[in-house]
Design a binder for this molecule. Structure first.
Ligand code: NAD
Length: 755
């Protein structure tokens, strides 16, 4: 006969307060369910920790309980991690250190508990969640795509603070642990099993039953978690100081080379892991909380946490504000369902969009001008999905299901029942007008027409439309399957429901969506334009190509501006540049160098010839020295010797332009334009501008985005530097009115506690 009792920890029965942890004891096995009230996910906050402490005390004392199983009451989340809102209240490193210490102590008591706890994991098990699982005596996880395990703290500029830096390497081996801690990557349950991070993998339907069985077996000493330690290789490395020293040294070197010193938490994490091996785990824990405290106070962490909150806010943002349309009924703000879509233009972007749409269950009609191009687009979709299949990110069945959702056409057949058309044809207004007219003749009058144009104002495209209220921009970034941003561009005539639908669909595709107003280049490409131009002008003035690129990679961009245009394609970049120059002739005149290179038929990587040289497979090599002769007068400006054009006088070296000058000229041009986008109403808020720049064009995340960066520099300093540059190069650096005004009033873009 079984006996069951229900208890709540922390009690207060009959009041509004509801506990997060509930306990049900059956036949000596306690089933603990974590279900944080009024939240969609389980997070670890102070109140939950207090409940945990009470629970541990109770389990320690209650001799009728022999073992416990720890489950989540949420559908897709076990524990998502610490409550980051609480981090914002930390004012000193000592506060943060204490928070970490408390977490460590709690998990230590779980690990040492008389009663073994079995972690029964279904859904996200991240950060403090994984640290909790590591402190349990045995771990079972479900073989389900939602079950992902990881320590993402470094992505917030922090390090794991509740024992993760010590327990993880001892569980899965130093090499794998460093990989997880330093990348913050999440692994699927299957991979977690291979790594030894979990002990068992089960189908979700039997998780509870198996966990209860294992709890009994562990309590009776019939089963135990085996440490993996990275296999034989791990044993050789972890078991000897020389092996560990080598791994740690390599990790340090690679991390510094990759992060260029911009992310101090990465090095702190390595230090702390090393400390635990050098002077014992107790010392490792002390160092972990000390460095956690230190990292929580860094500007880098503050900026990354800001971006985390900003993207979360955008996930909840419907993209339209009903209060601005008091005359419209509420139902007109509900997004329309989008199940079937058509994409016109099966090129680089069209195929990219198709590849993500099918993975989110959309039926896709891919149209191009002829069969060969449709086939090329279809093959490009297949390549993206094949890559995911090869990386085991999708199953064979999913692969075939997704491919079955793509259909090709050279006419508009099948367009009659689509909900949304995304146009991704050449960046040419006449072509866009033509396909818009043709599409409108074929689609349902309620269907939405979205253009993926990079620069052409949507209102200009909509001039050819018979229903411009259903036309907007959906600007994806390349490569579409990797870049997280989507700009939804609205015109004064775009109907709010159309905007809401595009925003909702973008989110469904997994994108972070910002709604921007219409104008040349919208937001991301508008701020990119003066930055690229300035980089080109530096080349016109004789600065070496790789020196420019290196300066901006050192600043924190993922690639330099010249590499970027080689990647995008110089033909595409110059076409966009012309549109921007026509719109803003005073400050966006294209650089001579970029024009000259494209005129010479060098389009960058796609033509295997650009500013850089490329091999047959398109792999980028060094700067191609012959390119200088295209835009520099022979021998007039000697270049740095190593990459001198053939015409440069032998042995003459020009002193390099300091990186800081290159960075200031290019980045200030971008910052000034971002401020103009805000005052012109292109973006709604500095937050959107920051998210757009970081996720759309790779603005360094640790600087928070252009607006956060301007705040950290000080607006007066920004204005002063712009004025200095404007005195040297009249016109291009004229400070925007907004910045001048803010400098006069000593204002900042962000004044809340998150700044
Ligand atoms: P692309 O040249 O790779 O593809 C364009 C495709 O459109 C070609 O396959 C072409 O055959 C097809 N096409 C042309 N006219 C057509 C017609 N009348 N009917 C059907 N198909 C037609 O170009 P892309 O790089 O994919 O760019 C497409 C659009 O996306 C452009 O507006 C571009 O500005 C924009 N965009 C490009 C990028 C990028 O990085 N390449 C990024 C964002 C947006």
């Amino acid at each position: 006969m079984s006996s069951t009792s229900e208890v709540t920890i922390g009690g207060l029965v009959g009041t509004r307060w509801k506990p997060a942890l509930s306990v049900e004891v059956t036949d000596g096995i306690a089933v603990l369910t974590f279900d944080l009230p009024n939240e969609s996910v389980n997070k670890l906050n102070r109140a939950v920790k207090d409940e945990f402490v009470a629970l541990v005390t109770r389990l320690e004392r209650d001799t009728t309980v022999h073992a416990a199983v720890f489950l989540s009451g949420k559908p897709d989340v076990w524990i998502a991690g610490a409550d980051i809102e609480e981090f914002l209240q930390l004012k000193t490193a000592t506060d943060a250190e204490r928070l970490s210490r408390d977490g460590q102590m709690l998990l230590d008591s779980i690990e040492q508990l008389r009663v073994p706890i079995i972690a029964a994991i279904h859904g996200a098990c991240l950060g403090g969640g994984l640290e909790t699982a590591l402190a349990c005596r045995y771990r079972i996880a479900t073989d389900h795509p939602k079950t992902m395990l990881g320590l993402p703290e470094v992505q917030l500029g922090l390090i794991p603070g509740a024992g993760g830096t010590q327990r993880l390497p001892r569980r899965i081996g130093l090499t794998s642990a460093l990989d997880m801690i330093l990348t913050g990557k999440q692994v699927r349950a299957k991979k977690a099993l291979q790594l030894g991070l979990i002990d068992e993998l089960v189908h979700p339907s039997i998780l509870r039953t198996v966990a209860i069985q294992r709890a009994r077996e562990v309590a009776e000493g019939r089963r135990k978690s085996e440490r993996h330690g990275g296999g034989v290789k791990g044993l050789l490395i972890d078991g000897n100081p020389a092996g560990r020293a080598l791994v740690l040294r390599k990790a340090r070197e690679q991390t510094l080379a990759k992060s260029r010193g911009h992310y101090p938490a990465l090095i702190a994490a390595i230090d702390v892991v090393a400390a635990g091996y050098e002077r014992g785990v107790a010392h490792g824990y002390r160092e972990e909380s000390r460095r956690f405290g230190e990292m929580a106070m860094t500007d880098v962490s503050r900026q990354l946490i800001f971006l985390f909150f900003a993207t979360n806010e955008l996930k909840k943002d419907p993209g339209v504000d009903p209060s601005q349309y008091p005359e419209l009924p509420v139902s007109t703000f509900d997004p329309l369902p989008v199940e079937k879509i058509a994409i016109i233009g099966a090129g680089f972007m069209g195929a990219g969009i198709a590849s993500i749409a099918v993975q989110h269950g959309s039926l896709v009609r891919l149209k191009d001008a002829d069969h060969a191009r449709v086939a090329k687009g279809y093959a490009a979709v297949r390549d993206v999905l094949k890559e995911r299949l090869n990386k085991k990110q999708i199953s064979k069945i999913q692969y075939s299901d997704y491919m079955a959702l793509v259909g090709g056409t050279v006419d508009y057949s099948g367009f009659g029942n689509v909900d949304l058309v995304i146009e991704a044809v050449f960046e040419d207004l006449a072509v866009k007008h033509q396909v818009l007219r043709e599409a409108e003749a074929a689609i349902n009058p309620t269907a939405i027409f979205a253009s993926n144009t990079s620069t052409i104002p949507i209102a200009l495209i909509a001039q050819a439309s018979s229903r411009p209220e259903r036309v907007l921009g959906m600007h994806f970034f390349s490569p579409v399957h990797k870049m997280p941003l989507l700009e939804v561009i609205t015109t004064p005539t775009t109907y709010p429901q159309v905007t809401a639908t595009a925003v909702a669909y973008g989110k469904k595709l997994g994108k972070t969506v910002i709604v921007v107003n219409d104008g040349p280049g919208f937001y991301a490409n508008r701020i990119l334009s003066p930055y690229i131009n300035e980089a080109g002008i530096l080349l016109d003035q004789g600065v070496a190509i790789d020196i420019v690129d290196k300066a901006l990679v050192d600043f924190g961009f993922p690639v330099g501006p010249i590499t970027l245009i080689d990647e995008v394609g110089l033909d595409v970049a110059t076409k966009a540049g012309k549109i921007m120059a026509d719109a803003f002739p005073d400050r966006m005149q294209p650089a001579r160098s970029i024009q000259a290179v494209v005129v010479a038929g060098r389009y960058g990587r796609k033509s295997k010839k650009g500013f850089y040289s490329y091999d047959k497979e398109g792999k980028k090599g060094e700067v191609d020295p012959s390119v200088y002769a295209l835009f520099l007068a022979p021998g007039s400006i000697p270049m740095v010797k190593s990459i001198a054009p053939p015409s440069a006088p032998e042995g003459v070296e020009r002193p390099d332009m300091p990186a800081v000058q290159i960075q200031q000229r290019t980045v200030l041009a971008m910052l000034n334009e971002a401020a103009r986008c805000l005052s012109d109403g292109i973006i709604r808020t500095p937050r959107d501008g920051d998210v757009g720049a970081v996720f759309g064009i790779g603005f360094p995340p640790f600087r928070g985005g252009p607006f956060r960066y301007m705040d950290s520099l000080g607006i007066q300093i920004v204005v002063q530097r712009l004025e200095d540059l404007n005195a040297r190069f009249p016109g291009r650096f004229e400070p925007s009115e907004l910045l001048l005004e803010m400098a006069r009033r000593r204002q900042v873009f962000y004044s809340d506690e998150r700044s």
